[in-house]
Design a binder for this molecule. Structure first.
Ligand code: GCB
Length: 591
């Protein structure tokens, strides 16, 4: 699937704005054909946004089940004879769509795009009613998983990931037109040969036509061209894409008719770089790379996980300010706008699926049994693995061409110390490598499966560790934490794989201070990070540090959370805590 764009042959129209919205607590909307007319008793809802916090109504915030969205759009009159497509960048966690009265597509998974060809159901110049039923229920067969439990007060949604289950239409919706004979996919894989850049491309098209590609530099000068659906281009004296240098070429792909006329044209940006793991080094363009940065979240006041350009630009400005060169898309694929922006700004990304919470030993940062077995026929099972596999396929299909993406993370903190875990993950690693042999693959290990216990790390090219010595264990005792942490890390270092610390952090209430530097104070967060950095700096195999978290974020309520998770280095509204200044001094030393 290609992302909508305006080109010499394509056009798109953004459907964002105020839509009609209705909860469907009885789950009757499909049977009652709510899609067949204007939604009754609808309220206003902004798209894109999570619906939860918009309505100022606890019944909406905590709702789980079906919710309905509806809008009307006029198909531009000039689109007669074209292929017309409705494209959704995401709908969390699943959706079914109607164009007028006709059901056109269903999609499972809350963070990857889907689309429907609606050419047969609409006419250029006419209004079309677009209706979606979005469902946010989590089960053992969804990614992420959850369960509905019957309680005396009625059914309750429970899940094991530590962020609020925001849902809705989180990203843009598009009405697009393409030619009938059109491009359906483009893949680029890049390499370097001395001073030259190599771009291998592969094009898939619906319908037969010739293919021509032209590669241009940022000044618009043609640097290479090719013919045919597959090929290799050489760029003499290439300007490499690299951390801090988001140099992009433009690959124009054209489908051509017999007489040479351009039938379809699509622009794919290309950053030419290599990624490789060698021993315990992570190489970008052959040079050892040290990751600095964060695990982030898509999380904002009022709009929840809705994409927002202003906050995106601001967050990247803060990354630059603090000296971060990377982040992980914890714990789900982020908006494609974010990936594009990272490409353009040379920010390095660890790209993660939404497989978070596959661990019944954990829940919302709280250790302890959750009353279920993780891998079993009734819980996380073969059907879940197929949903997980599909999530990986869709992530790789969507993000394979982003130079910023250097490493796939196929899960966050799953149970990984059991035979069930080994059996579950082996084929998922194989699948990811088959889909993309050009990037390393890993998963994020939890402290419940420490060095010597984990049975899944054997499959990973890079070890990604989340550790909270000095927070969840050795709380407040940094000398003891430092010893225990170093001891464990030295074990992992013996594996001769690169190690990225993908999470370390301490909840910090902004404005809370103490001379003694107790947990929750700004002083403790700084001392905790300093302790971690001393350990990292003593271990050669550590090739990256990503603090948990960039900013405070919303979670379910509980005795471990004070108005959300407060491990942010910035507050939820992006004000720096003392730790932000401390990190800036470490990451920008020498500036
Ligand atoms: C973790 C999880 C992350 C939590 C964090 C915490 O290990 O990966 O989702 O938010 O710990 O703060 O407890």
């Amino acid at each position: 699937m290609l992302r909508p764009q305006d080109s010499a042959t394509r056009e798109r129209k953004r459907l964002d704005g105020i839509w009609s919205f209705a909860l469907d607590p009885a789950g009757e909307g499909r049977d009652r054909r709510w899609f067949a007319g204007p939604l009754a008793d609808a309220r206003d809802m902004a798209v894109p946004a999570s619906f939860n916090d918009i309505a100022a109504d606890p019944r909406v915030r905590d709702f789980f089940g079906d919710v309905w969205y509806q809008t009307e759009v006029r198909v531009p009159h000039g689109w007669d004879g074209r292929r017309i497509v409705l494209h959704f960048e995401s709908a969390t966690h699943r959706a079914t769509v109607w164009a007028g009265d006709v059901e056109v597509v269903s999609h499972e998974g809350g963070y990857t795009p889907f689309e429907a060809d609606i050419t047969a159901h609409v006419h250029a110049g006419d209004l079309v009613r677009v209706t979606l039923v979005v469902n946010n229920t989590l089960s053992f067969q969804s990614i992420p998983p959850g369960v509905i439990e019957e309680t005396a007060a009625g059914p309750r949604q429970r899940y094991w990931h530590d962020f609020f289950n925001y849902a809705g239409i989180h990203r843009s919706v598009w009405l697009c037109q393409t030619p009938r004979v059109h491009l359906t996919d483009v893949t680029v894989v890049t390499d370097l040969d001395g001073a030259d850049g190599i771009v291998e491309y592969a094009v898939v098209a619906g319908g037969t036509a010739g293919t021509r590609v032209v590669l241009r530099d940022q000044e618009g000068r043609q640097v290479a061209e090719g013919n045919g659906a597959n090929g290799t281009l050489t760029v003499p004296n290439v300007h490499r894409w690299g951390p801090g240098d988001g140099y992009l070429y433009d690959l124009e792909v054209q489908l051509t008719g017999e007489d040479g006329t351009v039938l379809d044209s699509y622009h794919q940006s290309v950053g030419i770089r290599t990624v490789k793991v060698s021993g315990n080094r992570f190489l970008i363009n052959g040079e050892p790379f040290y990751f600095t940065g964060f695990g982030k979240h898509e999380d904002l006041a009022v709009i929840g996980k809705g994409h927002n350009d202003a906050f995106m630009v601001h967050d990247f400005a803060l990354l630059k300010w603090i000296g971060a060169n990377s982040f992980r898309t914890s714990h789900y694929p982020y908006s494609e706008e974010v990936l594009d922006y990272a490409d353009r700004h040379g920010i390095v990304i660890i790209d993660e699926t939404a497989a978070v919470g596959l661990n019944m030993g954990l829940g919302g940062g709280i250790f302890g049994s959750q009353g279920y077995t993780t891998f079993s026929p009734d819980t996380v099972n073969d059907a879940t693995r197929e949903v997980h596999a599909q999530a990986i396929r869709e992530l790789v299909a969507r993000d394979k061409n982003h130079p910023s993406v250097v490493l796939w993370s196929i899960a966050n903190e799953p149970e990984s110390d059991t035979e069930g875990a080994e059996d579950y993950f082996r084929p998922l690693f194989d699948l990811t490598r088959e889909l993309d042999p050009s990037r390393p693959v890993g998963f994020v290990n939890v402290m419940l499966a420490p060095y010597g216990k984990c049975r899944v790390s054997q499959f990973a090219d890079v070890l990604m560790l989340n550790r909270y010595y000095g927070w969840y264990v050795n709380t407040g005792d940094l000398p003891a934490a430092e010893q225990a942490w170093e001891e464990e890390l030295r074990g992992w270092a013996g594996e001769n794989k690169p190690i990225i610390i993908t999470e370390y952090g301490a909840d910090t209430y902004p404005g809370l201070h103490s001379i003694a530097g107790e947990p929750w104070t700004e002083e403790y967060q700084v001392a905790y990070l300093d302790m971690n950095h001393r350990v990292f700096d003593r271990i050669d195999a550590v090739i990256g540090e990503q603090v948990w978290n960039f900013a405070d974020f919303a979670t379910t309520s509980g005795i471990m959370r004070v108005g959300g998770n407060k491990k942010g280095v910035f507050t939820r509204d992006r004000q720096p805590k003392a730790a932000a200044h401390a990190l800036r001094r470490r990451w920008r030393k020498g500036d």
